[in-house]
Design a binder for this molecule. Structure first.
Ligand code: GTP
Ligand code: MG
Length: 368
């Protein structure tokens, strides 16, 4: 499954957000460093298309995609040198796919701010510096260890050596590795090395209740400007939430929740938007299968070929792939059933190299 690490300064609302996302029970208090041992929880990915398909097809079982969240201790300046609790916990999120960086945009005198007033851009800078320093230290260690094999086989690892040295220089210049445009293989290498600044980031602007839902907060605009940092290639992805309120909303019955969300002037909860942004920053699309009366959502990288997507469902399906029968989720809903589309010859037949599109409903045919 997809994994995500929630980071930020202490007392910015990380555990509140975690609870809202996972219906979890992490402790939340107005003291900094409430979280010491990290919390881990799964969240089902809210999916309106899946819900609509389920209403139409009335399957026995519905399984959405899920995301695993790690809620770690607050980071502080110097965390990478072992200050506070942060550094030791950074290790726990080295293997995640994406980072959710929570920024405190609410003012509340009852909730201590470890640095001063609400200033999300300054806070983001402090945390980013800690990530850069942690990566610098990690990469120096890696290079140190690899140097021996580089020496043992001169000329054989030139590219690797140059690449890692280039990363090291970037980090030393304060440029996060996520700003690099890399081929898939190299992105996987960054992930395998556990380099934090190489992971995509979604910024969460944790707004006060009164600001939530108001068209566009000035704070959110300021956070978006984080994208003008060295190496950043455009405005940052920012999702406004109100962690405390979203958590309260989450605990309501669905009908009541919809009423409240509408009353706040929101089309969807911040949590749904966050999940969507996470999928987007990872370049993932969702497709759906209906087999044995079980409807299920799957995530794959955009551009994944049908045969490979079939392998996500079952390895046998990739090996024995014959063809895929495909319709968009909207077509299925319009028709009312896959069978109906089939009867009327409206299911497209696609080969193994067909690139699965977001929202496809796919039936794989394969030989055992
Ligand atoms: N007013 C207001 N308070 C909030 C909001 N979100 C969180 N808080 C409060 O902020 C305090 C800290 O929340 P936590 O979720 O524990 O924050 P954290 O980032 O996990 O903190 P540490 O684990 O100590 O790093 C709690 O008192 C929350 O109720 C919000 O949107 N508005
Ligand atoms: Mg916490």
């Amino acid at each position: 499954v997809l994994t995500t690490g929630i980071i930020g300064l202490p007392n910015v609302g990380k555990s509140s957000l975690f609870n809202a996302l996972t219906e979890g029970h992490a402790s939340v208090s107005n003291y900094p460093f409430t979280t010491i041992d990290s919390n881990v929880g799964m969240a089902e990915v809210p999916d309106e298309r899946l819900d609509a398909l389920a209403r139409t097809l009335e399957p026995l079982e519905v399984t959405p995609c899920s995301i695993e969240y790690f809620d770690i201790a607050g980071l502080v300046e110097g965390a990478s040198r072992g200050e506070g609790l942060g550094n030791q916990f950074l290790g726990e999120i080295r293997s995640v796919d994406a980072i959710v960086h929570v920024l405190r945009c609410f003012s509340d005198e009852d909730v201590v701010h470890v640095v001063g007033d609400a200033d999300p851009v300054r806070d983001a800078g402090l945390v980013e510096t800690e990530l850069l320093l942690a990566d610098l230290e990690l990469l120096e260690g890696v290079i140190e260890r690899r140097r021996r094999s580089w020496k043992a086989a001169p000329g054989k690892h030139v590219q690797e050596e140059e690449r890692l040295q280039r990363y090291l220089e970037m980090l030393a210049d304060g440029v996060p590795l996520r700003s690099l445009e890399l081929a898939r293989e190299q992105r996987l290498e960054l992930k395998a090395l556990g380099l934090l600044t190489g992971k995509p980031v979604v910024y969460v602007a944790n707004l006060g209740e009164e600001e939530y839902g108001s068209a566009e907060s000035a704070m959110v605009e300021r956070v978006r400007a984080i994208g003008s940092w060295p190496g950043a290639d455009g405005p940052a992805t920012v999702v406004p939430v109100s962690a405390r309120l979203d958590w309260e909303l989450r605990q309501l019955e669905e009908e009541e929740r919809e009423e409240f969300t509408e009353g706040l002037g929101l089309d969807r909860s911040g949590l749904e938007r966050l999940v969507e942004a996470t999928f987007e920053c990872l370049g993932l699309v969702r497709f759906y299968t209906l087999a044995n009366d079980k409807l299920r959502a799957w995530e794959v990288e955009a551009g994944t070929a049908a045969a490979r997507a079939a392998g996500k469902v079952h390895t046998d399906m990739e090996r024995g792939f014959i063809k895929a029968q495909v319709a968009s989720w909207k077509e299925v809903i319009e028709e009312g059933s896959l069978h109906g589309l089939h009867e009327r010859g409206r299911l497209r037949t696609e080969g193994r190299n067909y690139r699965v599109e977001d929202g496809d409903v796919v039936e794989f045919l394969f030989s055992r």
